[in-house]
Design a binder for this molecule. Structure first.
Ligand code: GLN
Ligand code: ZN
Length: 767
């Protein structure tokens, strides 16, 4: 018999109930009991979906973030939380977001947030300092276990393993994280004991750090931890996911646990090795359903692959999704707008659990017991494979014709910049912004009315044009040098392009938690990508017609479009990225033809696509950068290409960034105090840079002096004639009352810097 289980379920609810409850609680529109009640309902629903499985996951629900919950479970709260009084729930939110309610005075600064491995989920980083101690706090976990039991569910609690927990934590004072392993293990041992005490048979212990490159110390930490935690009281299922174990495979197989889980979507090749190496008393759990993507599983193929494995491992084979279903939307049946043909190719969390149970039934009782389901599945799989909607031969042919020349500019930067400067006639320290301006209630209303057919095209176009005109006038009056149209027509930088490209579809409820109450709805790339008509030229041409100043065209780059979408699993990412690149390239060339001489191509998510293992970075970067270049570099020398990236870690990818050969790159620097410019300095970054001079994520208004001092620091590292002055990201989340004074400071700082520079030059000449 094979056993079925789940690694974790989405907790946001199919209508984002969690988000709305959190926000209501923060606004004090509901009280703690009401929030708790919503939580209970969401857990109950999640378990109902999992009822068919042998084990359902418990402890994966969270009111904000499961890593923060683990910190609570282990009694590891930042010291700044010690003096907070009030309810545990409020303190939990204070650590998560800096405050419990909108008008909360017991503020503390929010915990740092970072990406959970290579997903788009962000967790609150556990903090460790010399004084850190751990104490077990099982109240929440145990309450949920009781709830599940009461619902008739067979609970398998899920926790983050001690090594991954430490691995993901940050020391605030240079203490060595591994020094905390021993005390941490004591708490885990205590937890195991208590779980055994309440009759828990299996505990899922997540150690995804095992799919990363580990130093010898961290590998030893795994051995130390699991030998120390060895127990007969409770069975540990050690779960790994998101990648291959590679050099850690033997280590993982040998750890003294009762079972191990492998992600066969990412590490199928390793399964046979694991079977060979796994001691015969251990359970092997195979993650056979893709927990990161939205495609139906080919059930027949999966069953055929599993049959001999099930035979080899009688009663030792478990089946599950590859990872927690946190990373996929909840329920496909909610979707009413996706074309039925295409909808039939998809599976969200609820459907994935169903698939799992079909596979298990086929293996345990014979295929004939699920014959109808298998037939329907193979029809869907074939329909996708054969669909003419997926394939576009023109696109396939264009891909074959890609040559290195396609991604190369006609001349070197030194030659192009000369021509660009001649016609752009920009002052020293040119000022610009990153693209979007405040998205006011009115703009949102206009867009949504148009979408719901409550506004006709003409009224919509004139409303947006009006907004563009105001934005242009505003920038003119502020004295900005390179203007933008403001992106009022865009709801989202990926969705806007996805909606106009062939090969994309959009869900209505396909939300995935990004962090806390924030959910994203990634579009789905299902077919070959092509562009049937220009997507931005009309707006840009209109904007340019309003002013003598240069208006910068604004596009989202291929790598970002790829990394922020659900992608095809039937062709390599590289090919999908190249298709996106060719489509956006046409837009770049159309903008150029329309008289737009500066074009920015945002690659906000370039870094996000980096594989978990450094050894695989080069491969990713080579096609990602190549795609950017294909997209950007077909233009004339005179056309200036900008790119924008919203982060500050460039040290390890700087070569790739240079390789992109953008004329200007704008980056985030304000929060890291220009330190990151060191990377650009060390390597003598050859082109122009706009280090973001203020943090747009904060409502604080930057002052002129701070901006000047930041730029002066930058001048020590980058030659003055290659520096731009701009905020560190788009302004869409800000209000005009914040943006106006902020940009005023920015422009006046630039003017002062120019004066100073002029004086210095004059003095130099004189001496
Ligand atoms: N051009 C986009 C904007 O200004 C860039 C957003 C981003 O980098 N995330 O909003
Ligand atoms: Zn940005």
């Amino acid at each position: 018999m094979v056993t079925t289980h789940n690694l974790g379920f989405s907790r946001i609810g199919k209508n984002r109930e969690l988000k709305f409850a959190q926000e209501s609680y923060w606004k004090k529109a509901i009280n703690a009991e009401q929030l708790e009640e919503q939580g209970r309902q969401l857990r109950q629903e999640g378990w109902e979906y999992q009822a068919k499985l042998d084990y359902a996951s418990v402890g994966d629900f969270s009111f904000y973030d499961h890593v923060l919950d683990t910190s609570f479970l282990l009694g590891n709260l930042p010291t700044r939380a010690e003096n907070l009084n009030g309810s545990q729930l409020d303190n939990y939110f204070r650590i998560a977001r800096g405050r419990a309610h909108n008008n909360d005075c017991a503020c503390t600064h929010a915990g740092e947030m970072t990406k959970w491995f290579d997903t788009n989920y962000h967790y609150i980083v556990p903090e460790i300092t010399a004084g850190t101690t751990f104490t077990l706090n099982t109240e929440h976990l145990f309450a949920q276990i009781e709830e599940a039991k009461a619902q008739g569910i067979n609970p398998k609690p899920v926790i983050i393993g001690p090594v991954t927990y430490l691995y993901l934590s940050k020391t605030k004072d240079n203490s060595d994280k591994l020094d905390f392993l021993e005390p941490l293990l004591s708490v885990y041992a205590e937890l195991f004991n208590e779980l055994a005490g309440i009759g828990i048979e299996w505990l899922q212990i997540d150690e995804p750090a095992l799919v990363t490159e580990l130093s010898p110390e961290w590998r030893q930490a795994f051995e130390k931890a699991y030998y120390r935690l060895q127990t007969r009281d409770i069975k540990l299922l050690l779960t790994t996911y998101f990648g291959q174990l590679q050099e850690n495979l033997q280590l993982a197989c040998n750890l003294p646990v009762a079972g191990i889980h492998i992600d066969t979507i990412n590490a199928k090749d390793e399964v046979s090795k694991v079977i060979d190496w796994l001691p015969s008393h251990k359970v092997l759990s195979l993650g056979v359903i893709d927990g990161r993507n939205i495609w139906k599983t080919d059930l027949n193929q999966c069953i055929n692959w599993l049959k001999p494995i099930a035979k080899k491992l009688p009663n030792r084979l478990w089946l599950a999704p590859s990872c927690s279903l946190l990373h996929v939307p909840v329920d496909l049946t909610m979707e009413t707008n996706i074309e039925p043909d295409i909808k039939n190719w998809l599976a969200f969390a609820v459907q994935k659990i169903e698939e799992l149970s079909i596979i298990a039934t086929a293996l345990n009782q014979g295929k004939y017991c699920v014959e109808e389901a298998l037939t329907l599945n193979s029809e869907a799989i074939n329909s996708r494979k054969q669909s003419t909607q997926v394939t576009n031969n023109d696109v396939k042919n264009a891909l074959k014709k890609i040559t290195p020349e396609l991604g190369a500019r006609k001349s070197k930067y030194e030659q192009r910049i000369f021509k660009q400067r001649q016609h752009l006639k920009l002052p020293l320290f040119p000022t610009t912004t990153i693209g979007s301006f405040p998205q006011t209630k009115e703009i949102r209303a206009v867009r949504s009315q148009f979408k719901n057919n409550a506004l006709d095209v003409n009224s919509y176009v004139s409303a947006i044009k009006n907004e563009i005109e105001q934005t242009i006038r505003k920038q003119e009056s502020l004295g900005i040098d390179v203007l933008v149209h403001g992106e009022a027509e865009r709801n989202d930088m990926v969705e806007y392009f996805g909606e106009q490209l062939e090969g994309y579809i959009f869900s209505q409820y396909g939300w995935v938690q990004s962090y806390g109450s924030r959910c994203v709805k990634p579009p789905i790339i299902f077919g070959d990508i092509s562009r049937s008509k220009p997507m931005t030229t009309d707006w840009l041409q209109y904007a340019q017609s309003l002013t003598e100043k240069t208006v910068k065209g604004m596009l989202t780059g291929p790598v970002t479009l790829l990394n922020w979408s659900f992608v095809r699993d039937d062709q390599p990412l590289k090919e999908t990225c190249q298709q996106l690149a060719l489509a956006i390239r046409e837009e770049v060339l159309d903008l150029e033809r329309a008289g737009i001489t500066v074009i920015q191509i945002d690659e906000a998510a370039l870094r996000e696509g980096l594989p978990l293992r450094k050894s695989q970075w080069q491969e990713y970067l080579s096609w990602a950068i190549e795609s950017f270049k294909i997209c950007a570099n077909g233009v004339k020398d005179e056309t200036q290409i900008h790119t924008h990236m919203c982060y500050s870690e460039f040290n390890d990818i700087i070569e790739a960034i240079i390789n992109m050969d953008a004329d200007v790159i704008t980056i985030e620097t304000s929060r890291s105090d220009t330190k990151l410019l060191d990377a650009f300095d060390d390597i003598n970054y050859p082109n122009e840079i706009g280090p973001g001079v203020y943090d747009i994520h904060s409502p604080n208004i930057p002052n002129e002096a701070d901006i000047i001092s930041l730029i002066e620091k930058a001048c020590e590292k980058i030659p003055v004639e290659r520096l731009w002055i701009n905020p560190d990201c788009g302004l869409k989340t800000r209000q005009w009352c914040e943006v106006t004074p902020a940009l005023k400071s920015m422009v006046s700082a630039a003017k002062k810097l120019r004066q100073k520079q002029h004086q210095e030059n004059t003095t130099k000449l004189a001496s």
